[in-house]
Design a protein around this ligand. Structure first.
Ligand code: NAD
Length: 439
């Protein structure tokens, strides 16, 4: 099949590359000229494990190419995917300006009937909107399908190639058949390909992300109470998660969720409810709990070192919003660093992949280090914020030697508190009080 994918971000680039990998001919289009030039030069603008090799293989085979010219890409294409960003408007609702702009461009560029698939996360009703915009700019017939994407950054290729499910929103049998054919290589193990009306497909994506965010805020709330009443959330989590009705996933307390999806999607769903005259009270609480949780680690620092942190240095390990990505969007590290600096501290940051994006986000607010132990040298404490694998088993003796005061704040409960204490460190985890078992 000949496919065009508009938007070469985390979703568009992975989608286009994975479709090419299964034999389709794909043109990935972006209006960001420098991004397209880098991709043409074989450079991957984002960090996503495994993506570089796949892009290289498929560009070399001629199945994958990059362009800024949407009209040229659309010509002769059977299906066009929209995978542009849908950020948050100031009122929390979803900003559809990029989707609208692409819809108009597609309409103007069409030279034959086309199936247009919306992969961006969008509010219910957007398929209809896109259909209207395209139709008002072309005389050719267009079939707009909703196909929300569920991949996770850091495991995006695996998620795309082996999805838990594929959701297709369409009222058209022809479009449904085309989508079945396109996705058949990825659902061979019997994973469901669910066909539903567009509104339900659009809602499924928001509801899924809202549920995951809810689990995180729920366990973070429980963790805070555990600390107050003297329980250990790690034990509580295991006790709860062993119940098959609950399950063990997404019940890890931490420093709050960030990223390009959960924060904005929770708010957009809540805004959609308000637009329709109702409220989603649980989600408003999920958002509020998350905002508070992002400040939790900095509050622990203040509790330990006092309100005035001037003259002190703090090291942060992990700046990206989660491991295995360079994405800094809404990363908890931003809130933590800003709060420490506001109180007069100097912050040293280390991240295996996100330093470039962190510099864009935080500028000179913090100092950046290439080596994790260099960041720790001379600090009053180390804050573990993102649980990259390389931080899981650090040299605790070395940390003790490098830190001015041997204090560690484990924002992800990845270290065993007893072990850190044995190495002479003072341990602060989430939901387990000080110097208790963090595992
Ligand atoms: P992104 O910001 O990484 O990439 C978006 C790309 O679209 C950018 O390269 C931008 O230059 C391009 N673009 C914007 N307007 C354009 C236009 N008019 N013409 C051509 N290109 C244009 O975004 P992303 O993280 O890939 O997310 C895309 C969508 O997928 C969003 O709706 C997001 O909510 C959803 N989503 C994201 C993830 C994720 O993990 N990042 C997962 C599932 C769904």
């Amino acid at each position: 099949m000949r496919i065009t994918v508009v938007g070469t971000g985390y979703v568009g680039l992975v989608t286009g590359t994975c479709f090419a990998e299964s034999g389709n001919t794909v043109t990935c289009v972006d209006h960001d000229i420098s991004k397209v030039e880098r991709l043409r030069a074989g450079e991957i603008p984002i960090y996503e494990p495994g993506l570089e090799e796949l892009v290289e293989r498929n560009t070399n085979s001629g199945r994958l190419s990059f362009s800024t010219d949407l009209a040229a890409a659309i010509d002769g294409t059977e299906v066009a995917f929209i995978a542009v960003g849908t950020p948050q408007c100031p009122d929390g609702s979803c900003d559809l300006s990029a989707v609208r702009a692409v819809a108009k461009e597609i309409g103007n560029a069409m030279t034959a009937p086309l199936v247009v698939v919306n992969k961006s996360t969008v509010p219910v009703g957007t398929s209809r909107l896109v259909q209207e915009i395209i139709s008002s700019n072309t005389s050719y017939s267009v079939n707009v399908v909703s196909n929300p994407e569920f991949l996770k950054e850091g495991a995006a290729i695996d998620d795309f190639m082996k999805p838990d499910r594929v959701v297709i929103g369409t009222d058209s049998d022809t479009a449904a058949a085309l989508m079945r054919e396109l996705y058949s290589p990825y659902v061979r193990t019997g994973k469901p390909l669910l066909i539903m009306e567009p509104a339900s497909a659009e809602m499924t994506k928001y509801a899924a992300n809202a549920m995951l965010a809810t689990k995180i805020s729920f366990i973070n709330d429980i963790a805070r109470l555990c600390e107050i009443v003297g329980a250990n959330v790690s034990k509580v989590r295991q006790g709860m998660g062993s119940d098959r009705r609950i399950g063990p996933h997404f019940l890890f307390p931490g420093v709050g969720y960030g990223g390009s999806c959960f924060p904005k999607d929770v708010r957009a769903l809540s805004a959609l409810a308000k637009e329709h005259g109702t409220t989603l009270d649980i989600l408003d609480a999920v958002d509020a709990v998350n905002d508070r949780q992002k400040k939790f680690l900095a509050e622990k620092v203040v509790e330990r070192f006092g309100e005035d942190l001037s003259g002190r240095v703090f090291a942060i390990w992990g700046l990206a919003f989660k491991p295995r990505t360079d994405d800094m969007r809404e990363a908890p590290s931003i809130v933590i660093a800003e709060e420490l600096v506001r109180r007069g501290a100097t912050v040293h940051g280390h991240d295996p992949e996100a330093i470039t994006n962190a510099r864009e986000e935080l500028g000179d607010l913090i100092e950046y280090f290439e080596h994790p132990y260099e960041a720790v040298s001379g600090a009053s404490a180390l804050l573990l914020v993102t649980e990259w694998n390389e931080y899981r088993r650090p040299e605790f003796d070395r940390l003790k030697d490098l830190l001015i005061e041997p204090v560690v704040f484990d924002g992800r409960n990845i270290w065993n508190a007893e072990m850190t204490v044995k190495h002479g460190l003072e341990y602060h985890g989430i939901g387990s009080g000080s110097s208790q078992d963090g595992d």
